[in-house]
Ligand binder design. Structure first.
Ligand SMILES: [Zn+2]
Ligand SMILES: [Zn+2]
Length: 368
């Protein structure tokens, strides 16, 4: 019970200065049985906060979820049945190898501490991990093979800001963040990309704050098509730092342009179903991103969703039986344009310059 209380205790007192995050990991699997190995570092396993079990690299631990309890075997010998386990090491480089079978064998490595309990008849694993170790894992999971140092620094500052901004998302699960795209994808320890570690370490604990000193919503998209969007044009709330900027860096990149043909009758019926106006727009050239079709009360955001368009930035051309949409960019268009940022980094721009280009009126501060 004290272990559970200690999780809640840590969470309720977590603030921007604390350096550990609690991540609900492997949360997409229905884990009934896992194997733990300890390739690096000495570990102790706290059994219901009563007994301590010491383990080394020679030991294999098997854990089963049975009737909302955990049965634990050490080297094939049953040690006991418990409500919660706390797996802890004092060694900063220690990591735990988690092995399980889900169609094929899966292996993950986690640094620092693990809390394990049963929840809804499956094992729940919460990784308490130092913030920057977590960020290194996130960046490798999200953009594993990128090597450009400045781009990795951009990603480090953005991921850190995003994580700290959303620490209250998983309170009900006894954690702060999940390991899926809902928060940020995290497959555990960064193992293969040394450049990521260097980028995270060199940006220390830097985060992005707005003019009121609040962490920003560091949103991004694939390609803006040459012009990013005000947040209020896509979502309901304006943000001082999410303002439209002209971006010449992305306009020759991979996702800069798209074309889509739509059956003319389908286009007409859709627009008529959404608006009382009868004069359906067939032909217009969008010099700028539009929120609504010219003189028509249908939002480009709704059109994007309904016709599965790559962006809200497009012109329309009419043929005999079709309308042809010629569009720019990919994604919602708010905040940082990833392909533009990549191009800026390749041109030798520094990470602070890239961040300041896409987010307006912000500061990058060290939250140490
Ligand atoms: Zn989440
Ligand atoms: Zn762009």
């Amino acid at each position: 019970m004290r272990v559970l209380l200690s999780i809640i205790f840590c969470l309720s007192f977590f603030n921007l200065n604390a350096k550990d995050v609690f991540v609900d990991v492997l949360s997409s699997y229905k884990l009934q049985k896992i194997q733990l190995e300890f390739p690096k570092g000495q570990y102790t396993i706290n059994l219901d906060d009563q007994d301590l079990l010491r383990v080394t690299s020679a030991d294999v631990i098997l854990i089963y979820s049975i009737s909302n309890k955990i049965s634990l075997f050490k080297n094939a010998k049953l040690i006991g049945t418990y409500k919660q386990l706390y797996i802890n090491s004092d060694d900063a480089d220690a990591n735990v190898k988690v092995v399980f079978f889900n169609k094929s064998q899966k292996i993950f490595y986690y640094q620092d501490q693990l809390y394990i309990r049963t929840l809804a008849a499956k094992l729940q694993i919460v990784n308490e991990v130092e913030l920057n170790k977590y960020i290194k894992g996130v960046i490798e999971s999200e953009i594993g093979n990128v090597k450009n140092a400045e781009l990795l620094k951009v990603q480090a500052v953005i991921s850190r800001t995003y994580a700290l901004k959303h620490l209250d998302r998983h309170k009900v699960d006894g954690a702060q963040l999940c390991d899926m795209v809902h928060c940020q994808v995290y497959h555990g320890k960064n193992r293969f990309n040394k450049e990521i570690s260097a980028a995270v370490d060199s940006t220390h604990y830097e985060v992005i704050i707005d003019s009121d000193s609040n962490l920003i919503e560091a949103v991004f998209h694939a390609n803006c098509g040459g012009l990013t969007v005000n947040s209020e044009d896509i979502w309901s709330k304006p943000r001082s730092y999410l303002k439209s900027v002209v971006d010449t860096f992305c306009i020759t990149e991979k996702q800069a342009n798209w074309t889509k043909e739509i059956d003319k009758q389908k286009w007409i019926s859709y627009l008529n179903s959404k608006s009382k106006q009868t004069q359906v727009p067939f032909a217009f050239i969008s010099e700028n991103r539009l929120n609504f079709l010219p003189s028509f009360a249908v939002s480009t955001k709704d059109l994007r969703e309904s016709f599965n368009l790559r962006s809200t930035y497009f012109s329309v051309e009419e043929t005999d039986d079709k309308v042809i949409l010629r569009g720019r960019g990919f994604g919602h268009g708010v905040g940082m344009c990833q392909e533009g940022a990549i191009r800026m980094a390749n041109l030798g721009k520094k990470y602070q310059e890239i961040i300041n280009f896409y987010y307006c009126d912000i500061s990058i501060v060290n939250n140490d």
